[in-house]
Design a protein around this ligand. Structure first.
Ligand SMILES: Nc1ncnc2c1ncn2[C@@H]1O[C@H](COP(=O)(O)OP(=O)(O)O)[C@@H](O)[C@H]1O
Ligand SMILES: [Mg+2]
Length: 275
């Protein structure tokens, strides 16, 4: 197991238990969605992975290291964390320097850093922006810069806190291609998201929180079957499932392709032509 939480509990203060007795395991190479309504504890949980927060009780192991006793530098070489708000992350005056910051801090040599930064900029179509100031761009470009910065760190574990918020559909496709590339490299990826269309189409497993407690851990398809839990977690079913239900289809498609196939089957056609 590359991530192992045991009875993880965290209180910001005496009156607020943000996480209560959370246990789960994630294997190397898995891609997992972390879902739940606002304030359920998702960001608090992932801040434990790189030691930004330390458990009040219980523990979390990352690559067999207890985060409570590990040095920050040690954890930074294992976990790259995309903050929910890119402005909490961006601190340099050019896009190039911003994306270099992580790899340089990890002590990579100049050649390796340059290669990683060029690759990450290309993934998010930022190459032509490299000399520009990140603060001169709009929110979604700043989000892409922040995402490129964590991908460039080339860590075994990457955590994306609400990566889809503010992205248009083209920028979403850049993110999805990046997630596919990371999976092909056997990286472990944790994605916090409310966007069930994005999650259903791209991720198989979900861990769901409600009021600081783990209320689900399993296949997304099984989460979608539990309507009460979906409501408790403040989650909507993906549009493909909503459409299928409205059309009286028998299946529960999680992606556009599955939805098209289900409609074709119901109409008695082997397949529909691609749009
Ligand atoms: N820095 C903080 N100080 C005190 N309380 C906080 C802080 N950050 C978050 N909280 C509280 O902890 C709970 C969990 O918050 P958070 O982890 O941000 O939830 P989520 O990411 O699921 O929206 C919420 O009640 C939130 O108000
Ligand atoms: Mg959050």
């Amino acid at each position: 197991m590359i991530i192992c939480a045991e009875d993880l509990t965290f209180a910001y203060n005496d009156s607020l238990m943000a996480l209560q007795n959370i246990s789960f395991e994630i294997s190397a190479g898995e891609c997992v969605a972390l879902t739940g309504h606002n304030g359920s504890g998702k960001s608090t949980l992932v801040k434990h992975l790189n030691g930004l927060l330390k458990p009040t009780k219980g523990r979390i192991l990352v690559a067999n290291k207890d985060t409570a006793t590990s040095r920050t530098a040690e954890l930074a070489s294992q976990v790259a964390l995309l903050f929910q708000n890119p402005d909490d992350q961006i601190c340099k005056q050019t896009v190039w320097d911003e994306v270099c910051f992580g790899p340089q801090n990890l002590g990579y040599d100049k050649k390796k850093t340059t290669t990683l930064v060029q690759e990450a900029l290309a993934l998010f179509e930022l190459t032509s922006f490299e000399k520009k100031n990140p603060h001169d761009f709009g929110y979604s470009e700043r989000k892409r810069i922040a995402m490129a910065s964590i991908v460039a760190m080339d860590t075994p574990i990457l955590v994306f806190d609400e990566p889809t918020a503010g992205l248009d559909s083209y920028e979403m496709s850049l993110l999805i291609n990046t997630l596919k590339k990371l999976q092909s490299e056997n990286k472990t990826v944790l994605v916090i998201s409310h966007d069930m269309d994005f999650v259903a189409e791209n991720i198989l497993r979900a861990i769901s929180l409600s009021a600081g407690k783990k209320v689900f851990d399993g296949k997304l398809r099984d989460l979608f079957e539990q309507t009460d839990l979906m409501t408790e977690s403040g989650l909507l079913h993906p549009q493909t499932m909503q459409l299928s239900k409205a059309c009286g289809l028998y299946s529960s498609p999680l992606s556009t392709d599955e939805c098209v196939a289900a409609i074709a089957e119901q109409l008695g056609q082997p397949s529909l032509p691609n749009a």
